[in-house]
Ligand binder design. Structure first.
Ligand code: ADQ
Length: 474
């Protein structure tokens, strides 16, 4: 029992089992963000190891992080993870890009699995330990822990957007989830807008529960992206005050920039053309098809030529059993085939499509070589890919970035675009290509500003700011 004074709990452990049976660090925003923090704090990570019905003992990563596996059954995986987390909450929190499904048996599984995670955390946490709960899959964990372990300091961070109250109120279990979140001492979001959405909703729902928001005006004064203090307080139904604030997540900027220094022959292998890059999980929120269509229309109009440009899209397989993900993959792959059929030559495709995960050093080589990075989500909590690209470029290249990515709040010097408007993507992509091809001074200055922003505001600042707020609050 106990033994750990700092515990991170997330749906997944930060490792994957490879085909030789060895644990490898896994890709994904959360892992990228938290690994350096845990190594620094000698912390313990509670999570699911990634395969159903496994019964594993705690073990350590090569970096020395202690991992406590939580066992999920095949049915938990289907109902809690694929169902409620990824087919109910994910689309609801991303502004209904596809319709969320509401099923009572998925909700039951979500509650049971959250209870299982909370019990696992309770078992490994010392008296008075700090527990940092991560993301939308575990929103009931703070509330359960508050009941069974009132001695703990509990933080919660949401990695995806928090929608407006009008959308959120569709959720049949909205009050239970709000009460679950309000079990935390501090609740963190990527942006002030997300925090405001949460405050508005907790006012409506907490009103029903007989509590109120304190000092909501403080949010108004915190509109700068770098603010990392408690910005508002909510009085939870049990009378505790809960801090609510924006903590924009970031990357291990120095480490990323260093990896990008290694020379690659990628540009030469691609015929020294202007290289346009996309890197995403293959998810319908990421707008991969839209950017391909914009690229196709620019080729069709003759604004760009297959002799001069090449597009590489790296898309990690994701949630492949869920219908909307299958559909997105088919649409993307059909577009890649069509564009290459029309504009590619034998031995020289105009779109290169990689549908697998790649190692960090190879990925950084792509970022470093890319002249234009295309990041076009319809909605994204933050988007670390945009920040990784910027860390790899001191004063070269260009970032085309969706206004609807959380990163757009900080990366204001990017070529901002509305991914719902194909003409807007075409315009900004074309401007970015033209500017880098002409080595424009303006593009260089823009990248310098972006680079400075990301180098200064790194993941360590994000984590220490959140943890300091949690410490202060108690
Ligand atoms: P994601 O939706 O996974 O994260 P993102 O923030 O872009 O999106 O993070 C993806 C991470 O995976 C990046 O670090 C990237 O390098 C890596 N990656 C992507 N494709 C890869 C590939 N083919 N091979 C190897 N690595 C790959 C969620 C939210 C985001 C939020 C993060 C962190 O949806 O909005 O920014 O959490 O909070």
């Amino acid at each position: 029992m106990g033994g750990n004074s700092f515990v991170v709990v997330a749906n997944r452990l930060p490792v994957d089992l490879d085909k030789d049976g060895n644990w490898q660090p896994s890709p994904g925003g959360l892992v990228t963000a938290l690994s350096p923090v845990l190594m620094q704090h000698q912390g313990c990570w509670v999570g699911w190891p990634g395969m159903p019905d496994s019964d594993l003992e705690p073990f350590r990563t090569e970096d020395g992080i202690l991992l406590h596996p939580v066992s999920l059954s095949q049915s938990d995986y289907e109902l809690f993870y694929e169902g409620f987390s990824n087919a109910t909450l994910w689309p609801l929190y991303h502004d209904l890009i596809v319709p969320p499904e509401f099923h009572r048996h998925w909700w039951e599984a979500y509650r049971e699995v959250n209870l299982k995670f909370a019990e696992a955390v309770s078992n490994v946490s010392d008296q008075g330990a700090t527990v940092w709960v991560q993301d939308y899959q575990l929103q009931l964990v703070p509330g359960i822990l508050r009941q069974i372990r009132p001695d703990l300091k509990i933080g919660f961070f949401l990695h995806i957007p928090f929608p407006g109250a009008e959308l959120y109120r569709q959720l049949p279990w909205r009050e239970e989830i709000m009460r679950g979140l309000l079990g935390a001492d501090v609740i963190g979001f990527h942006s002030v807008d997300n925090a405001k959405n949460f405050l508005a909703l907790s006012e409506q729902i907490a009103g029903a529960a007989g509590s109120h928001i304190g000092q909501p005006d403080e949010l108004e004064t915190s509109g700068t992206p770098s603010i990392r203090e408690i910005t508002a307080w909510v009085t939870a139904p049990d009378g505790r005050s809960v801090g609510v604030a924006a903590f924009p997540i970031s990357i291990d900027s120095q480490a990323v920039a260093k990896l990008a220094e290694r020379p690659t022959d990628l540009k030469a292998r691609l015929g020294n053309k202007t290289l346009i890059l996309g890197v995403d999980r293959l998810d319908y929120t990421k707008g991969i098809l839209q950017r391909l269509l914009a690229f196709e229309e620019l080729l069709a109009s003759g604004a760009i030529s297959p002799q001069d440009v090449v597009f590489v899209q790296i898309a990690t397989p994701s949630r492949e059993r869920i219908d909307h993900y299958r559909k997105t993959r088919s649409e993307v792959e059909a577009a890649v085939g069509r564009i290459n059929g029309l504009y590619g030559e034998v031995g020289a495709p105009v779109v290169h499509y990689i549908h697998r995960s790649v190692s960090k050093d190879i990925l950084m080589g792509y970022y470093a070589a890319a002249d234009v990075m295309l990041v076009t989500p319809f909605k994204d909590g933050m988007n670390l890919v945009a920040k990784e690209y910027v860390a790899c470029h001191q004063d070269s290249g260009a970032l085309v970035l969706s206004e609807f990515a959380g990163a757009a709040v900080e990366l204001t010097e990017a070529y901002l675009t509305n991914p719902h408007d194909l003409e807007s993507i075409k315009r900004q992509l074309h401007a970015a290509i033209t500017d880098v091809e002409s080595d424009s001074e303006d593009a260089r200055q823009r990248m310098q500003l972006l680079h400075a922003q990301v180098m200064e505001h790194d993941v360590n600042l994000w984590a220490t700011s959140f943890l300091n707020s949690l410490e202060k609050h108690r």
